[in-house]
Design a protein around this ligand. Sequence first.
Ligand code: ZN
Length: 312
Amino acid sequence: MKSANLTDTRLSSPFSWRGDSFPPILDSETPNHLERIRELGIPTIFDIHTHFFPETIMKLIWRWFDNVNWAIGYRLPELERVKRLHHNGIKHFTTLNYAHKKEMASSLNDWTYANYQNWEGAIPFGTFYPEESVLAYVKKAVETYGFRGFKLHCEVSKLNLNDPELSDTFRYLEQKEIPILIHTGTAPLPGEFTGIQFFLPFMETYPKLNVIVAHMGAHEISAYASLLGRFPNLALDTTMVFVDFLATGKETEVDAAIPLLETYQNQIYFGSDFPNIPYHLNHPISKLLDLPISDLAKQKILYQNAKNRFFK
Ligand SMILES: [Zn+2]
């Protein structure tokens, strides 16, 4: 798609933008954040929130985004997308996907396992869904496939974290210390089971579970962040929070969240939501680098925290 068309799409998005101009959507030849991260001693960026789906499902997802005028910055074939990550200094990234219904998660895991070795730098993540076979295929994903984490999407999957059908699986992952990245927040759209009122009882049931909350829990960032002191294995990802596109961040909420990055610098990960972002990757990275927080916090968020977790 030509960038002019994407600008039209962005103009008609129901989600608002900060400021009155859009960040570019196409990668520059040498993204200017590469020099900046080098100066900070960051060898490479670790993106905790990147999506990989089988082509047919990805196209359905893109159609959904098209219908809400959410421009897709990287609507490219899979291997081209991986090159774009590398081009932007992202040498480690996850393979997030999720099931929209029953009897889908296990085959998504099979697909990820069959393909992720073609994506240099990919950290394989699986998914699961409340259904009878869930513990069996999650064990297979961990013990046979060697997956390093799982992704759940409470809004799209209409998934209740407190569903008893998932409790054995959560206990298993808690004991194995395997992280689960969860879209539990109410942004960009609330769901039947999103929000802190579902998340808090879940954490109280599995207090040692390694959980990474997508989008910092927006639109309830402060409520989610208030749990970080109480649950040391809980973390947040910055995905789509400190950017000019305000689908997952309201201006006042985002500004109030900046000091949290300093306070909880060991429990925050950088995430982008690549490839489904209406701007190039330079934008979220530069915005994070521009924030008034310490260099140490930036190093940890962009690289070190994820490195410590996944390359022990
Ligand atoms: Zn996402």
